[in-house]
Design a protein around this ligand. Structure first.
Ligand SMILES: NC(=O)c1ccc[n+]([C@@H]2O[C@H](COP(=O)([O-])OP(=O)(O)OC[C@H]3O[C@@H](n4cnc5c(N)ncnc54)[C@H](OP(=O)(O)O)[C@@H]3O)[C@@H](O)[C@H]2O)c1
Length: 306
């Protein structure tokens, strides 16, 4: 059964933190949650871009309850500072890990982690653990990770020391592994939260193929410029709109669904269309890989939870 915005329950009274709101899917996700009545914490790494995004959202929705949070999710220090800052928001009903990068050049963060793995998984892993008390405090918290159909191209789960340099680097394989990581995390977190009877669940979503700056940023590491426009145009040619791409995330964040649910587009092999509950590959559902990857993520980020 497909889902559309008409089915989104009233979000009044809910507080939802969305990362990566300055572009693409994140902007639309934040807008629709705010339109639905939620208080939305707009999390972004670039203060200027955040101010522009917030102003645009308020222009369209003058009564929206919007808060700001600066965080570079690729940096463990930045995530720690942001989590401390976020205590002022009180209980959190949902945490949406939307910020991400795709196929960036091989690069290590100041924590010694691969940039894609740090941005797409390790930063969000740490953030979830640090914000867990606030998610639990809401009485019905949920964590939504934006994965990708590309998780199917990971080949294997990234079950090695993430600070270790391995042989040949394929930026696309690393991206696929980081998106597989989102699903391994979702299933393991959900299972661990249930085992501890915590009132928190984890879900995942993917947008299919949606026109955003994801491709151009990964290829140029720039927000604008000639090459950026060419990559943006190439992505737009074959993709559905970013508005449509945000629907699976909105479904996972607001629909009455059990933990572990994965939402994605319903048509053209999950590439476009209204969202529905979809499946992920066998590797993402492998409980031994989920467990081992969780332990490794704890070691890499220095946090143990739930
Ligand atoms: N578009 C698709 O077809 C597609 C397909 C599958 C999965 N996804 C996933 O969808 C999510 C959203 O991507 P998008 O397509 O909307 O791409 P996008 O237009 O490039 O937006 C990415 C957002 O993430 C933010 N971001 C990147 N690195 C960050 C960091 N270190 N700290 C904080 N924020 C950071 C960006 O901030 P700046 O504006 O500062 O750069 C931007 O707001 C990603 O997780 C991506 O993997 C997208």
């Amino acid at each position: 059964m497909t889902w559309d915005l008409g089915q989104m329950p009233d979000q009044t009274g809910r507080t939802i933190l969305v990362t990566g709101v300055t572009s693409g899917l994140g902007t639309h996700t934040a807008r629709e949650l705010a339109r639905g009545g939620a208080r939305v914490i707009l999390a972004a790494r670039n203060p200027q871009k955040l101010a522009v995004t917030k102003a645009a959202l308020l222009d369209e929705l003058p009564d929206a309850a919007l808060e700001d949070l600066i965080v570079d999710v690729s940096s463990l220090d930045s995530v720690r500072s942001a989590a401390e800052e976020a205590t002022r928001f009180g209980a959190l009903d949902a945490l949406v890990h939307n910020a991400g990068v795709m196929a960036t050049p091989e690069r290590r963060t100041s924590d010694g982690l691969d940039l894609q793995m740090a941005t797409n998984h390790f930063g969000p892993f740490l953030m979830t653990g640090l914000l867990l008390p606030q998610l639990v405090a809401s009485g019905d918290g949920r964590v939504v990770s934006v994965s990708s159909a590309m998780h199917r191209f990971a080949g294997k789960a990234p079950l090695w020391d993430p600070r270790e340099r391995r042989g040949r680097h394929s930026r696309w394989v690393v991206y696929a592994q980081s998106k597989l990581a989102n699903l391994l995390f979702t299933h393991e977190f959900d299972r661990r939260a249930r085992a501890k009877s915590l009132q928190v669940k984890a879900l995942a979503a993917h947008p299919g193929y949606a026109a955003t700056h994801l491709l151009s940023y990964g290829q140029t590491m720039k927000g604008s410029g000639g090459l950026t426009s060419i990559f943006d145009a190439a992505m737009k040619a074959g993709a559905q709109s970013a508005e449509m791409g945000a629907l699976p995330t909105l479904m996972a964040t607001t629909a009455d669904l059990p933990g572990g649910t994965y939402c994605g587009p319903s048509r053209m092999q999950q590439m476009r269309g209204l969202p529905q509950v979809v499946g992920s590959n066998r590797l993402s559902r492998d409980t031994e890989s989920q467990r081992r990857f969780w332990d490794l993520s704890e070691q890499a980020t220095g946090i143990t939870y739930p």
